[in-house]
Ligand binder design. Structure first.
Ligand SMILES: C[S@@+](CC[C@H](N)C(=O)[O-])C[C@H]1O[C@@H](n2cnc3c(N)ncnc32)[C@H](O)[C@@H]1O
Length: 227
């Protein structure tokens, strides 16, 4: 069961331009026009992706418009950031912001994160994994589409180094509880006290957090440490 419904169509205007002109610098597997179909996990390799191969790797799952990934990459030039997203406009937006920020330590891959973390990325390759404001699938009949579940936690545990961090956030209370239950039940992670965490200061304010707050929903952060 996929955690996303659509990947988007052909782009126009500045998004199309960002992909066409700069796609090859940032987007994994981009062709000459900056277009790439959703990458098959077996086509993916970390080899040669970043200028500094030894820098700690941060994976952002469902990076949306790329505001978090680009801000972090710009503030942390000694780290590599791989943004994973299926939504084409989001990829183009990320490239646009990456160009503006002139970052060289960021790459974007259009792929299903569940498959990428499940088997395509090498074991223990990442220092951090982020899952911020994943699609909430609030209707009961859609809950099985939620990304954060026991299987996904195993995939995150596989790619995280020992001592690595999985940061999660949501504005949906019951999804927050689901996240907390998943990480506290996992033998691969430990959490702080009751499983909730204070807002991570490294997290930028994206429109999903703003929307949740404006609608009166509390923001829940969960931080899990790989054992
Ligand atoms: C609600 S948005 C949040 C975006 C961003 N994290 C933020 O806070 O602004 C969730 C994003 O996750 C992406 N997504 C959902 N399932 C995914 C998957 N399996 N692999 C990659 N991206 C996924 C969606 O396309 C969407 O852009």
């Amino acid at each position: 069961m996929r955690s996303f419904a659509r990947t988007g169509g052909r782009l126009k205007g500045r998004w199309a331009m960002a992909l066409a002109v700069h796609g090859h610098r940032y987007l994994v597997g981009a062709d000459g026009d900056g277009y790439v179909d959703t990458l098959q996990p077996e086509e993916f390799s970390l080899r040669g992706l970043f200028p500094d191969v030894d820098a700690p790797l941060v994976l952002e799952v469902g990076s949306g418009g790329g505001h978090q990934a680009v801000a972090y990459a710009a503030a942390n030039p000694g780290r590599n950031v791989l943004a994973i997203e299926v939504w084409r406009e989001g990829l183009a937006s990320t490239i646009w912001h990456a160009v503006e920020a002139e970052v060289t330590n960021l790459r974007i891959v259009q792929a299903d994160a569940a498959a990428l973390l499940g088997h395509a990325l090498p074991d223990a390759c990442a220092a951090e994994v982020w899952t911020f404001f994943p699609d909430p699938w609030p209707k009961l009949r859609h809950r099985k589409r939620r990304l954060v579940n026991e299987g996904f936690a195993s995939a995150v545990a596989r790619v995280l180094q020992s001592g690595g961090v999985w940061r999660l956030a949501t504005d949906w209370e019951d999804y927050g509880r689901q996240m907390r239950d998943v990480v506290t039940a996992s033998p691969d992670f430990r959490t702080d006290a009751d499983g909730w965490s204070p807002r991570w200061e490294g997290r930028v304010l994206t429109r999903f957090e703003k929307k949740g707050t404006a609608a009166g929903r509390a923001i829940r952060d969960v931080t899990a440490y790989r054992i």
